[in-house]
Design a protein. Structure first.
Length: 382
């Protein structure tokens, strides 16, 4: 799938632009190191038309992300999540492995696991909202994952059932190397990988489900590349190039490593502690990303296609007065003016007429908050 013309700037964007969709901000706690304003500033400096937020398992940075974006009018905000997805049901509180006989499959060097991430607790999936309905669905799924999918001492997990019920307005991918499809491929379970990809393709629709490709020089990325490309051919799934960005500038890699040490409570000198393998987890330029995927230009083009399809989230974030309206306000009065009169009448009954000065001052202080906040009708009702 090649993108030829876009509303984000025309054909020029096909040749020289890119949109970072897999992006971890400071809201990926003790993992992402991108503060929002500097991140938007860098994207704007690079001339990119949009940028996404896809934090780990949560969406509580979405409002600030949307607000900061308003200060960078040329950069479209794309709100998403890198979700934790249970290997079966989110309500299952047992570890699950997909290795032979349901046993944990270790990596070829015997040092780690190539099985389900988090010790058999979750896989990953990247999703973005294309508009207000999709954003509401992501909010709902994120909340439900915390309420019903929380693994003890683990992560808030969705599952395929939940995603299928709330997929409207959502674009999704196979995720990072810890995604369900990639995990099956890593275990040499191509048929199972195909089944998972096909199921999500049916859930989201062919135009809304992408095969995500990363390249940080890792064997777990290289090992699944051919399988992903085969799936793309057999299922007619579009490719999507992403960079697992966790910090803004390449020079911040060491500072980010310090953050990881804090997150796992380990000394930096500890050779066995968690650290990022490979390199390049920053906001690479469009030229760098296109050079990295020179043989698959459509994978970069499709980042622009997704960005073009994303609409406004204002309907979700705009302040809407949903307070109950008091029905018996006399003609010529507003909710606020009638509340003032009712309260003053009550104060005179309680304190006598004239009402003491200190009481009136307190009344004015409280009304200066209640009125502008739009709560006058609520106080009249209750």
């Amino acid at each position: 799938m090649r993108l030829h013309e876009t509303a984000l700037g025309g054909a020029r964007l096909v040749a020289d632009s890119f949109v970072h969709l897999h992006n971890h901000t400071e809201y990926s706690m003790l993992d992402g190191a991108q503060k929002l304003k500097p991140m938007f500033a860098e994207v704007d400096r690079q001339g990119m038309p949009a940028v996404a937020m896809s934090d780990h398992g949560n969406m509580f940075g979405a409002y600030e992300f949307q607000q900061v974006a308003k200060g960078f009018g040329s950069v479209k905000p794309i709100i998403g999540i890198e979700a934790y997805v249970a290997p079966s049901s989110r309500r299952n509180r047992r570890q699950e492995f997909w290795g032979p006989g349901g046993q944990r499959a270790v990596s070829d060097d015997g040092e780690g696991s190539k099985d389900v991430s988090g010790g058999g607790r979750f896989t990953h999936m990247t999703m973005w909202a294309t508009g207000a309905q999709g954003l509401r669905n992501l909010f709902y799924m994120s909340t439900e994952a915390s309420y019903t999918g929380q693994f003890p001492a683990g992560k808030p997990r969705m599952d395929m059932e939940l995603i299928a019920e709330h997929a409207e307005g959502v674009v999704a991918t196979t995720g990072c190397p810890s995604g369900a499809v990639q995990t099956r491929l890593r275990l040499n379970q191509y048929d199972e990988a195909r089944q998972v990809a096909s199921a999500y393709q049916d859930i989201f629709g062919k135009e809304n489900y992408f095969l995500e490709l990363m390249d940080h020089g890792l064997s777990i990325e290289r090992d699944v590349r051919e399988g992903l490309l085969r799936l793309a051919r057999e299922l007619s799934l579009p490719l999507l190039a992403t960079n697992d960005a966790h910090y803004i500038h390449e020079s911040q890699a060491d500072a980010h490593d310090n953050l990881l040490c804090i997150g796992v409570g380990k000394n930096k000198a500890d050779e066995k502690r968690f650290r990022f393998s490979g390199s390049g987890y920053y906001l690479k330029t469009a030229a760098e990303m296109r050079a990295l995927f020179a043989e698959l230009p459509e994978a970069c083009d499709n980042t622009l296609l997704i960005a073009e399809r994303v609409g406004s989230y204002d309907e979700v974030f705009d302040n809407v007065d949903e307070m109950p309206q008091f029905p018996d306000v006399p003609d010529g009065e507003t909710q606020e003016s009638w509340l003032r009169k009712e309260v003053l009448t009550g104060l005179a009954m309680r304190y006598g007429d004239p009402v003491p000065t200190e009481v009136l001052e307190r009344f004015e202080t409280e009304m200066s908050v209640i009125g502008p906040m739009g709560f006058s009708s609520y106080f009249l009702v209750v």
